[in-house]
Ligand binder design. Sequence first.
Ligand code: ADP
Length: 376
Amino acid sequence: MERKDNAKLFECEVNKRKQAEQRYRTLFEQSLDSILVIDPKTLLPIEFNDRACQELGYSHDEFKKLRITDHESTETAKITRKYIDEIMLEGQGILETEHKTKDGYKKHVQLAVNVIELNCNKVLHVIYRDITQYKQSEARLKRMVDELSRSNRELEQFAYVASHDLQEPLRMVASFAQLLTKRYHGQLDSDADEFIDYIVDGATRMQSLINGLLKFSRVGTQGKEFTPTDVNVVVEEVIRNLQISIQETGAKITYGELPKITADTSQLIQLFQNLVANAIKFHSDASPQIRIEAYHRDRQWVFSIHDNGIGIEEEYLDRIFQIFQRLHRREQYDGTGIGLAICKRIAERHGGRIWVDSVPNLGSSFHFSIPDKEGK
Ligand code: ADP
């Protein structure tokens, strides 16, 4: 009876092993990756799936006579040997290299190597995957990013030089036109007075546009190092700088405890100042009520400036961050349409972004994020 039970157990065990072997075989043969078992001494394959030889363009018979050093294309046989010795000691390794196909093409491959025991011998179990396409896309993407940053730098430089060099002749036009008004107002006919006023107005306006453009290009070209910055101090300074318009409009600005972050302090002041100045400028009939808040989310600080002003229609929520985009005529609200474009560049230079949500006639909330460099 006992012997019968043992025989059954044995048969059961054999079946289990057969099934396990079958499962491994299927995985081995059907795998989309190349799988090889390699003798670490001879470097010849002991076993390999069809994918392994097809991938490099060899027949089964050809492939079994190839040492791994024969299709390795980046490293010399000596270095490959050294890697293998290291892996034999450490038990495993992941590496990237290049393989040579039978007809001479190179393929980028990623290898996962494990040391396993086969018939009481230590052998290398290697799984490798062709990552040529991935590498090519990566290189293409890198080239594009490099090209984009180069052309961005050039554009930035161009905007800087153009706006800087235009200032001088423009100053001349504006000051001589002003001199004309001062000296000859009322001495020429009324048309002439009107025309000179237009010249003064146009030149002054162009000066503020060019100044804005200069400020805009300076965000990239003349940014300072990022240093620890107490946002409470930044906001205090902004309130001091905006004292006159705060008094004129009766604006009330409140804020809770704000964090210390790593930033270009003067750019952060500029960013807050533009947003708070807008919150004051675009007020409704009620006097401006402005609330500044900060919260921490996904390793970044998000700052919000809420106002109870005129608000913005939904269709313009993205457009207002573009340079020179304004929603009002100068007679209604003064400005050049550059403030928010500067805010966007500053937030992006810090690795963050800026956005707004708003309800027309109720108010707007401008938000910007700055990554928390301490990574809490
Ligand atoms: P500017 O203030 O010189 O017009 P900005 O770039 O700062 O330029 O703003 C662009 C436009 O976005 C403004 O003309 C205005 O229409 C809108 N805007 C900005 N901030 C607010 C705000 N807090 N409330 C309502 N509209 C705003």
